[in-house]
Design a binder for this molecule. Structure first.
Ligand SMILES: *Cc1c(COP(=O)(O)O)cnc(C)c1O
Length: 231
């Protein structure tokens, strides 16, 4: 099951890359393992998966402790400031920074650990009320402020597109995020590069890749539905 899913997702990624004239190596697949037990993650690991995404701090920290140390953990969910300390030295990339206050807390914890925290800015491109992320018009100002924090490296942008029946509906959302990243890139701000575009989930990662995604976050497509018991 898991193996077949991985093969299918990999094939879909390759085809989307081909359609877009992109090299497969430009796209990182993040296996979103939230709610899944460590045995399932270990199984994915044994099949070659090394990049996992979690949306809860405690769950990521727990899994980090027991699973192999060469896993690259991405924190993709909303991050509360009082929890930054638990993942600052565990997450290779925090996808969900959407305020200066959160960035300042990350700066403080990164400094304590003498490391540079790599982050993405989460943009609420589709302006969904239920979602975190800043609005596009506030992005530039936030980037400029975060860029001043010496222990933070901004690597790019992230968005969570709406859940839609037809993934084509999200194409303009992905296009908009890409455009924002090009605009910021052009400004050449210190400590800021726009090499990462984290966009696309199970429902729409192929369209996201066609629109320039460099990281896709796929959960259900790899591990199956989360509502049901999973072996
Ligand atoms: C759960 C989650 C995903 C994966 O969703 P699927 O639809 O299962 O692929 C991707 N990104 C974020 C931020 C998530 O919380």
């Amino acid at each position: 099951m898991l193996q077949n899913n991985l093969i299918q997702v990999e094939q879909n990624i390759e085809e989307a890359c081909r359609r877009a004239g992109r090299d497969r190596s430009e796209v990182t697949l993040i296996a979103v393992s939230k709610t899944k037990p460590v045995e399932t993650l270990q199984e994915a690991y044994d099949l070659g998966v090394r990049v996992f995404g979690e949306n809860k701090v405690q769950e990521m920290a727990d899994k980090y402790e027991v699973l192999p140390k060469d896993i690259r953990w991405h924190l993709i969910g909303h991050l509360q400031r009082n929890k930054v300390k638990y993942i600052i030295d565990k997450a290779v990339l925090i996808h969900s920074v959407d305020s200066l206050r959160l960035a300042q807390t990350i700066e403080k914890e990164a400094k304590k650990h003498n490391l540079t925290a790599h982050i993405l800015i989460e943009v609420n491109v589709a302006r969904e009320e239920s979602k975190f992320g800043i609005f596009p018009e506030d992005l530039e100002a936030l980037v400029d402020e975060i860029a001043k924090l010496p222990h933070i490296q901004v690597d790019g942008l992230m968005t969570i597109a709406p859940f839609v029946p037809d993934p084509e509906e999200n194409r303009p959302v992905f296009r908009e995020l890409r455009k924002l990243s090009v605009d910021i890139s052009a400004k050449k701000v210190d400590n800021v590069n726009m090499s990462v575009l984290s966009m696309g989930m199970t429902n729409d990662y192929q369209v996201a890749i066609e629109e320039g995604a460099t990281m896709v976050r796929v959960g259900t497509g790899i591990f199956g539905a989360r509502n049901y018991a999973q072996v």
